[in-house]
Design a protein around this ligand. Structure first.
Ligand code: NAD
Length: 352
C-alpha cells in the first residue's frame, strides 16, 4: 500500500427520511437561537416549510440564492442576517444555496446547517465560489464547511427527474476522479466505489418513479459519499474541463459534468486501469467510460455539448484554455487528444 494522508472533516451528518423534523434540535445542538433560512426563489415554499418548523427559532427567509453566488447577493444576505439577529443559517437547496451559505460563513463565521436537495455534494466540502465583476473566484477555507448536514431523501422527491439524473452524474464525476487522484487513499477509494454504485442503482429507479423513496435514499447516500471524495482529494482533467466550459461559456453545471465525464474517463483510461476497473465494477459494466455514458443516455440525460448551448467554433478556444493550466492528471495533457475529447463530447459520441 502507498503512503497516504487522510483528512476527516468534522461535519455532523443526520441521515434519513423524515430527519428534517430534527432541525429545531439541531439548531439547539449548535448553541444557536435564531436561524436565517436560505433558498432560491424557486424553492421559497421549502424555505417557508423550514421556517414554520423552526417556529420561534426562525429569524427570517432570504430567498435570492442564484447560481455562482454573486458577491452582492452574499453581502446582502450577510446584512439581512445581521439585521435580523440571526446566529446561524439554514441553507435548503442545491449547490447554489449551499454556496450562498458558504459565502456568508466565509466572512461572518455564522455556522451553517445545510439541507441538500440535489446530489451536487457541496455541503461536504470546504470549497467556495464567489462571482465578482463577472469573474468566479474559488477557494478552500475550513470556515465555510457546514457544521451540520441533514440529508432527508423526502426533500429530493420533488427534484425533477432530468435534474436528478444529471445531478447524480455530477456526483459520480467526483468519485470517479477521486479514484485516480494523485492524492487518493484507501478510505476515499472505498467511499468512491460505494458512492458510484449507490447512484448507479438509484438513477434508473428514479427515472422510472421519481417518488421511489428507497432509490432517493440510495442516491442521497451516494451523493454524500461522492461529496466527501470531492472534499478530500484533488480532482483532475474532468473537473478542470467542466470548470472551463461552465465558467467561460456559462453552460449548466450538472449537464456539463454529465456530458464530459465519459470522455474524460476514456482519455484517462490507459493511464488509470485500476480506477477504471473499480468504476466499471460499481456500475456493473465492462468499460468505465461506456458504463457512465450509457447510464446518462439510457436515463434521458443530454450527452452532447451541442445540445446544451456549446458552439463548435468555440472548441479550439476551450482546448487552449484547458491546455494552459497544468495540473496532475493520470495521463499527461496532449493537445490533439484533448481537442478530440472535446469534439467527441460536442457530438455526443459513445466512447469506443
Ligand atoms: P442548483 O443549486 O443551482 O439548483 C438548480 C435548480 O434546482 C434551482 O432552481 C434549485 O432551486 C432547484 N432545486 C434544487 N433542489 C430541488 C428540489 N429538490 N426540488 C425542486 N427544485 C430543486 O444546482 P446544483 O447542481 O445542486 O448546484 C450547482 C452549483 O453548485 C454550481 O454553481 C456549482 O459550481 C456548485 N457546486 C459547488 C461545489 C463545492 O464543493 N463548492 C460542489 C458541487 C457544486
Amino acid at each position: 500500500m502507498n503512503n497516504f494522508v487522510y483528512i476527516g472533516r468534522p461535519a455532523r451528518v443526520v441521515f434519513g427520511a423524515g430527519t428534517l423534523q430534527q432541525l429545531p434540535s439541531e439548531v439547539d445542538q449548535l448553541g444557536a437561537r435564531k436561524a436565517l433560512v436560505l433558498s432560491t426563489p424557486e424553492q421559497r415554499a421549502s424555505a417557508e416549510q423550514v421556517a414554520a418548523l423552526l417556529g420561534p427559532r426562525a429569524a427570517g427567509i432570504f430567498d435570492r440564492a442564484v447560481m455562482h453566488v454573486p458577491i452582492e447577493t452574499a453581502r446582502e444576505a450577510r446584512e439581512v442576517a445581521r439585521k435580523l439577529g440571526a446566529d446561524c443559517a439554514v441553507a435548503i437547496g442545491g449547490g447554489s444555496t449551499t454556496g450562498l451559505g458558504k459565502a456568508i460563513a466565509l466572512e461572518s463565521a455564522l455556522p451553517i446547517i445545510a439541507i441538500p436537495t440535489t446530489y451536487a455534494g457541496s455541503e461536504m466540502t470546504t470549497i467556495y465560489g464567489i462571482t465578482e465583476g463577472g469573474l468566479k473566484k474559488t477557494g478552500r477555507d475550513d470556515k465555510v464547511l457546514p457544521r451540520t448536514v441533514i440529508y432527508d431523501p423526502e426533500l429530493s422527491a420533488g427534484l425533477p427527474v432530468g435534474l436528478s439524473i444529471t445531478s447524480g452524474m455530477n456526483a459520480i464525476a467526483h468519485a470517479a476522479e477521486g479514484l485516480y487522484s494523485v492524492t487518493t487513499n484507501p478510505i476515499i477509494e472505498i467511499m468512491a466505489e460505494q458512492g458510484i454504485a449507490a447512484l448507479g442503482r438509484a438513477l434508473p429507479r428514479i427515472k422510472a418513479q421519481a417518488s421511489d423513496m428507497e432509490a432517493r435514499s440510495d442516491a442521497l447516500y451516494g451523493a454524500w459519499l461522492c461529496g466527501t471524495v470531492l472534499a478530500s482529494v484533488d480532482m483532475a482533467l474532468h473537473h478542470k474541463l467542466c470548470h472551463t466550459l461552465g465558467g467561460t461559456w456559462n453552460l449548466p453545471h450538472a449537464e456539463t459534468h454529465t456530458i464530459v465525464l465519459p470522455h474524460a474517463l476514456a482519455y484517462n483510461a490507459p493511464a488509470a486501469p485500476e480506477a477504471m476497473r473499480k468504476i466499471a465494477r460499481a456500475l456493473e459494466g465492462k468499460s468505465a467510460a461506456r458504463a457512465v455514458f450509457d447510464l446518462a443516455k439510457d436515463n434521458g440525460a443530454p450527452v452532447a455539448l451541442r445540445d446544451i448551448g456549446m458552439k463548435e467554433a468555440d472548441l479550439d478556444r476551450a482546448c487552449e484554455i484547458a491546455m494552459s493550466n497544468q495540473y496532475p492528471n493520470p495521463r499527461p495533457l496532449e493537445k490533439a487528444a484533448i481537442r478530440q475529447l472535446l469534439q467527441d463530447a460536442y457530438e455526443g459520441r459513445r466512447p469506443a
